[in-house]
Design a protein around this ligand. Structure first.
Ligand SMILES: *Cc1c(COP(=O)(O)O)cnc(C)c1O
Length: 385
């Protein structure tokens, strides 16, 4: 008996082109931040358009830390973020001595609920950190209006949002202080580990570039290519070590070229799930508003009230069928660190709490075949009732 191979929840889409690009970087003799990373930044900025500055980093977490540091977040400040996110969104506020104020999400999109933001603002609030959950944009018009009224900065956690649009504008192009993309292994494109911070603000870009590399006022690559003596540099702050390697940059350049194909494949896979799961007792993920792009980083069905199985039973049935799943996310208000630090209880987050009890993420990645997707659909149809 041949049972089909285990279908993981996600798998990176790496071809010989990526392998060649990484080998080229390794053979070039320049393996740290250099020409590949620089070209990747330029190409990423060109992809977004509008003259944004793109700053490559070794993770989105690093990028979020740089962005909050650059906008001046410090001890005693508060930042507002959704509870239904990865801890990276808010742990960076703690690095800077600031506090995270977690709020509930919208029941349709599972994105941060603007009304909850407004209610959470205090005199200490400095920034709002929206997360474009799964790849569908937050209500950015409402968020910018609140930020404007209260003098708050907006830093977007855009880890799921490559590419996502809202009212026709790409995330990365919006009037926030910064947006941070992730190239972690399971994201819509990968550099193994890596991220990109984008901003339209020249001063913020300059600060983040300096803080990315030890607070050195020129990066290592410039030191070896400009006319001032190569040995001379100045330390202007106690910076971090967040620069991207040239192997990662080379990998990212190929993935970025392939992104339009990735987008198309993710849309196809999502459209098929939406069509073929629609008669089951599931709340399927919300599509983007007409004319806008959903990045479809995640596909997260939720069991509806009519379902007679539990979320854990569905996950077990899929595992028994050799199919990997995940849960995005155990809400932060349930995580010991955040729960205990802020004395959070589930009753404060009824929407996220309910979604969490009923949600599961199913495989959606560009390297999966139609046959593999058929297996997921068949397994769900066999167990969700
Ligand atoms: C993946 C992810 C991050 C962190 O990205 P890294 O590149 O792994 O640091 C942050 N926020 C969200 C919502 C993510 O999904």
């Amino acid at each position: 008996m041949n049972s089909p191979a285990f279908l993981p929840f996600a798998r990176p889409d790496i071809t010989e082109a990526e392998i060649d690009a990484v080998a080229r970087a390794m053979r070039s003799g320049w393996v740290t931040t250099g020409p590949e990373t620089k070209a990747f930044e330029q190409e990423f900025a060109a992809y977004l358009g509008g003259g944004v500055h793109a700053i490559a980093v070794n993770s989105a977490t690093a990028g979020l830390h740089l962005a909050l540091e650059a906008i001046g977040i410090g001890p005693g400040d508060e930042v507002i973020a959704p509870t239904l996110t990865f801890t990276a969104t808010v742990e960076v506020a703690r690095y800077l001595g600031a506090d995270a104020v977690l709020v509930d999400v919208d029941p349709v999109t599972l994105n941060i609920d603007p009304a909850k933001i407004e209610a959470a603002i205090t005199p200490r609030t400095k920034a709002i950190l929206p997360v474009h959950y799964g790849g569908v944009a937050c209500d950015m018009a409402a968020i910018f209006a609140i930020a404007g009224r209260h003098g708050l900065k907006v830093v977007e956690d855009a880890a799921h949002a490559l590419p996502t649009t809202t009212n026709g504008a790409l995330v990365g192009q919006l009037p926030s202080a910064a947006a941070v993309f992730s190239f972690y292994a399971n994201k819509t494109m990968t550099t193994g580990e890596g991220g990109m911070v984008v901003t339209k603000d020249e001063a913020l870009a300059a600060r983040m570039k300096v803080m990315r590399l030890h607070g050195i006022s020129r990066d290592a690559f410039d030191r070896f290519t400009s006319t001032t003596p190569a040995w001379y540099y100045e330390i202007v702050a106690p910076g971090f070590k967040y620069n991207m390697t040239d192997m990662a940059g080379a990998l990212g350049r190929v993935q970025l070229q392939r992104l339009p194909g990735f987008v198309q494949r993710r849309q196809q896979l999502a459209a098929r799930y939406l069509a073929e799961l629609q008669d089951l007792p599931l709340t399927l993920p919300a599509a983007a508003p007409a004319g806008d792009a959903h990045a479809w980083h995640l596909f997260v069905p939720r069991l509806s009230d009519a379902a007679s199985v539990t979320r854990d039973e569905v996950i077990q049935a899929l595992a028994d069928a050799g199919i990997g799943t995940s849960v995005h996310y155990v809400p932060l208000h349930r995580q010991p660190y955040w729960r205990d630090r802020y004395a959070l209880v589930p009753e404060q987050f009824p929407v996220a709490e309910r979604a969490y009890q009923h949600m599961f993420s199913i495989p959606l990645f560009t390297a999966m075949t139609d046959e593999e997707q058929s297996r997921v659909i068949a397994a769900l149809r066999a167990c969700v009732r």
